[in-house]
Design a protein around this ligand. Structure first.
Ligand SMILES: C[S@@+](CC[C@H](N)C(=O)[O-])C[C@H]1O[C@@H](n2cnc3c(N)ncnc32)[C@H](O)[C@@H]1O
Length: 277
């Protein structure tokens, strides 16, 4: 697996801000529920880890009018777009990998760290350093609220993409999709407490893409990049053509729409303080 997933400026394949912004409605449809699960004091200090183009980060800022919201992402192009497009919002954006937060922010600074659809892009081996960093930048008593791909995420689609990538000599299983038990173990080992106010669970969702262009937009803007970063131009052309063709043929419903099975690892974990240690 490529360590940086093409997120750095030197990568040939990288996240395209306009394409991602135009194809992330399937995430945005879950923003309200996510916010409802996370009561935020008006003066809270919040870090959005892997903020993409900042559309959800702006929602966080409205929820904490007297607080501070910072969005960070490893992809410089996405942060540049967020800065351009969110000029009116009370939000700051910075390029920073999830693995590097404790080198970037002071210890005990944030009340809440939020992360949406990011942590499955980070290898199993690096999760420990991410969680250690999040723990350090949270205040004692602070909360870590995240959702990302869990075991079984996009099962049929991932099998198809693995087959096509393997066929051209590309990578397979490019994401980290843990079970709830596995991730609970990592959180606990990092010092987080789950307790009665937290949770670590898999949540199944059916996300609908109304037509072929919505499915293709989803694939090209945020799925295929995980495979394509490790491919040559020839491999990429063949993989992309065959993978999108097969996905359209094999996953299309009779009415021309596509329903994909998302499985989210959904968690709320607490950095203990003197009261709840
Ligand atoms: C599917 S997007 C989600 C973006 C945003 N949270 C949202 O809800 O739209 C995944 C994001 O994870 C970011 N990402 C992947 N690996 C990362 C890492 N190691 N550190 C920080 N961000 C990362 C990508 O650049 C991308 O913006």
């Amino acid at each position: 697996m490529a360590a940086d997933h093409g997120l750095t400026a030197g990568g040939r394949v990288s996240w395209d801000p306009a394409l991602y912004g135009a194809n992330n409605a399937h995430h945005r449809r879950h923003d309200d529920d996510f916010l409802a699960s996370l009561p935020l004091p008006a003066a809270a200090r919040v870090l959005d880890l892997g903020c993409g183009v900042g559309d959800f980060t702006v929602r966080l800022a409205s929820a904490v009018p007297e607080g501070e919201v910072i969005g960070v992402d490893a992809a410089a192009a996405l942060i540049a777009a967020a800065r351009r497009e969110r000029v009116d919002a009370a939000v700051r954006f910075a390029v920073c990998r999830a693995q590097d937060v404790s080198a970037t922010f002071p210890p005990d600074h944030f009340d809440v760290v939020v992360s949406r659809a990011v942590l499955h892009w980070i290898t199993a081996e690096e999760q420990e350093s991410v969680l250690a960093g999040v723990w350090q930048v949270l205040q004692p008593g602070g909360r870590f609220r995240a959702e990302f791909g869990g075991r079984g995420q996009l099962g049929d689609l991932v099998s198809l993409l693995d087959e096509e990538s393997d066929r051209v000599g590309g990578p397979v299983r490019p994401w980290y999709f843990p079970t709830a038990e596995e991730y609970r173990g990592l959180l606990t080992a990092a010092g987080f407490r789950i307790g009665s106010s937290g949770w670590v669970r898999l949540v199944r969702q059916r996300r609908s893409f109304p037509d072929q262009s919505a499915l293709t937009g989803f694939l090209v803007s945020q799925v295929l990049v995980a495979y394509e970063i490790a491919m040559t131009a020839d491999q990429l052309r063949e993989f992309r053509g065959r993978a999108t063709g097969r996905a359209i043929r094999e996953l299309r419903r009779a009415d021309g729409s596509f329903d994909l099975d998302f499985v989210r690892l959904d968690l709320m974990a607490i950095r203990p303080n003197a009261e709840n240690a």
